[in-house]
Design a protein around this ligand. Structure first.
Ligand SMILES: [Zn+2]
Length: 263
């Protein structure tokens, strides 16, 4: 049974959890890590998004992240982001957990308290050693002209690989790399929401659900009575648990699903 209280033309579910991954942003032109589209300078992103790659060649990793930042700044939220935002507005207790480090859900209108960015925020630059971090939506372009003095050369290098103003260690993008732990704070926010009771509807969209925690959260949230809707063009490890499978891209399926839930 789905608990739904209709108030005039709006719809109010009691509790909804939405989990999203790269497939939701792909239609805004943000390449996923998987497949040929994700390759950059013939390099596999899954190997660039690691602390090992950063230790070996921080400038290369920063070059890649700057290009991704620029691409994201130039992208726009698509119909999937807008549908999730609409669902959030009409739901009593709502949480979006996204694996995406872009800001497209936020730009579609999801507020920070209704969203957990489990893999971080690409527009945060944080120290690799201490707690210092800053939000850096616009990054100065790398200098084009060669400078000569030693001091200027050092400055040029800093433009490319920033250093912490507090402890001078290298700064890195504020994202969770492969092999790294998820942020404790963000995990706690997910756990708190799950502890608040079972959800009426759980939607998992645009993620291959290869991380065990995605399946774990989806199953715990849907419990015995909730709908578990998977939106993904291909089968995933989550598919066999879903109460409904929608084999379409998120930007096509999600607006329709949200409309159906509203009726
Ligand atoms: Zn520092």
């Amino acid at each position: 049974m789905i608990w739904k209280i209709a108030v005039s033309s709006r719809f109010y579910f009691v509790r909804v959890l939405v989990l999203t991954g790269a497939g939701v942003s792909a239609e805004s032109g943000i390449p996923t890590f998987r497949g040929k589209d994700g390759y950059w300078r013939n390099l596999d992103p899954a190997k660039l998004a690691t602390s090992e790659a950063f230790a070996r060649d921080p400038q290369l990793v920063w070059d890649w992240y700057r290009e991704r930042r620029e691409r994201i700044r130039n992208a726009r939220p698509n119909a999937a982001h807008e549908a999730v935002a609409r669902l959030a507005q009409g739901t009593g207790e709502f949480l979006l957990v996204t694996q995406n480090v872009d800001d497209l859900h936020a730009r579609a209108g999801i507020t920070a308290e209704k969203m957990v960015r489990i893999h971080g925020d690409i527009f945060v630059t944080r120290c690799s050693r201490c707690e210092f971090e800053r939000h850096e939506y616009e990054h100065p372009p790398p200098p084009r002209l060669r400078r000569t003095s030693e001091q200027e050369q050092e400055q040029e290098h800093e433009d490319v690989v920033p250093r912490c103003p507090k402890c001078r260690a290298l700064m890195r993008p504020g994202v969770v790399w492969f092999g790294e732990q998820l942020s404790r704070n963000e995990l706690e926010r997910v756990e708190n929401f799950l502890d608040g009771g079972a959800c009426d509807v759980v939607i998992v969209a645009g993620t291959t659900a290869t991380f065990g925690y995605i399946i774990d959260w989806a199953l715990r949230a849907s419990g015995d009575r909730g709908q578990l809707i998977e939106v993904n063009p291909e089968e995933t490890p989550l598919s066999r648990f879903a109460t409904r499978l929608v084999r379409e891209p998120a930007a096509i399926a999600l607006p329709r699903i949200v409309d159906e839930l509203a009726n």
